[in-house]
Design a protein around this ligand. Structure first.
Ligand SMILES: NC(=O)c1ccc[n+]([C@@H]2O[C@H](COP(=O)([O-])OP(=O)(O)OC[C@H]3O[C@@H](n4cnc5c(N)ncnc54)[C@H](OP(=O)(O)O)[C@@H]3O)[C@@H](O)[C@H]2O)c1
Length: 335
């Protein structure tokens, strides 16, 4: 009987994902009933939020329960269908879970989307630039950050799946864009290939001075992906009525971050600090998708993927997000 290999959440992580946290299990694939379809997962999106989903803490979705298949976004192709809306070969985007196959009923709490076949766009683009990261960059910057031409935008985790798109949308909207990243290779990519005005490696001594030198007019928008010391340094540079787009706080996902010492700037500079979760904008994904696809196809947005091969390597892939081992979108490709 064919089986489905699945990563099961077996323990809550303390810091990184250790071998006891996820365990690989083989479960039999059931014969399809009427109204069901079976899709084979091709790519898994590896996202920082997965670390939060593993923890029993208050969050925007219920945490994954021990014994459940680990939640993950993915792209899957229908291999067999007895459901009127799905046919063999359809490519679907949704919460596939960290497994080889996903059984679909059409009544999933978070519905799967069919992805179209568009020239110049690959399957993995629908997980990154045209997927959750592109949408997050688009709505976070344009709806929350409200950039104006000539303003200074600082983006942290700027060579990641989200940050790299934020910076490029900022350039399209006429901003001066500064990216903060964790390696010289990442600096080179965002500056030379993506067109950021300045790239700063926060692992180099003197990076805060570089940030000050790069923002002589101060900072109007902080697109915050990291938190902690990086957010503190950027807050310190914010202009009157600046906007802080609170997208993520990855430096605190695996351990407790130090408290912000520059929070008083929110008061003094009358900043607007707004958190957002991308699913709140789901009704308008189509509109954003059109812009992002056009920018991607016309070369105004460039992207890159870090591809880890094999379901077996998914747990290590999650940890790569926290060591900064990815450039651009991190995905696991299933054989
Ligand atoms: N609000 C939403 O709806 C939403 C949606 C998607 C993502 N997000 C958030 O957006 C952020 C980026 O997510 P992503 O999926 O695009 O991941 P990503 O940026 O592709 O990967 C994470 C990057 O974060 C950086 N990082 C990790 N730990 C760090 C630390 N302690 N200090 C500084 N930088 C660190 C690393 O880059 P370096 O090498 O540069 O350190 C790493 O490559 C995350 O905070 C995520 O939670 C939010």
């Amino acid at each position: 009987m064919p089986t489905n290999r699945q990563w099961i959440l077996s323990a809550r992580p303390q810091e990184l994902v250790t071998p006891d946290v996820l365990q690989l299990a083989d479960s039999p694939l059931p014969a399809l009933a009427d109204g069901q379809a079976l899709a084979r997962v091709k790519y898994l999106s590896i996202d920082p939020t997965m670390r939060a989903w593993m923890a029993d803490i208050p969050q925007y979705m219920p945490p994954v329960q021990l014994g459940e298949v680990m939640r993950a976004l993915g792209l899957a192709e229908v291999v067999e269908s007895r459901h009127p809306s799905y046919k063999k070969g359809d490519k679907l985007l949704g919460l596939t879970g960290l497994q080889e196959y996903v059984l679909l009923t059409g009544n999933e709490p978070y519905p799967f989307q069919k992805i179209p076949s568009i020239p110049f766009l690959s399957d993995v683009n629908f997980l990154g630039t045209l997927g959750m990261n592109g949408m997050t960059a688009y709505f976070g910057l344009l709806e929350v950050g409200k950039p104006k031409s000539g303003e200074t935008l600082v983006v942290s985790a700027a060579a990641g799946a989200t940050g790299s798109i934020v910076g490029q949308i900022g350039k399209i909207h006429g901003c001066r864009v500064i990216g903060i990243v964790g390696s010289d290779e990442k600096c080179k990519w965002i500056k030379d290939e993506l067109g950021f005005d300045v790239a700063i490696n926060y692992k180099n001594a003197g990076w805060k001075q570089q940030l000050a030198a790069a923002t002589p007019q101060g900072v109007d928008i902080n697109f915050e992906n990291v938190g902690g010391e990086i957010m503190d340094a950027v807050l310190d540079r914010m202009n009157l009525h600046g906007r802080v787009v609170l997208c993520g706080l990855i430096s605190g996902y695996t351990h407790q971050d130090a408290a912000l010492s520059s929070f008083v700037r929110v008061l003094i500079k009358r900043l607007r600090v707004e958190g957002f979760i991308i699913f709140d904008h789901a009704a308008r994904f189509m509109d954003a998708g059109k812009d992002l696809a056009m920018w991607k196809m016309t070369g105004r947005i460039k992207d890159r993927q870090t591809i880890v091969k094999g379901l077996d390597n998914a747990p290590q892939a999650i940890n790569m997000l926290f060591s900064g081992a990815n450039i651009g979108k991190l995905v696991v490709e299933l054989q």
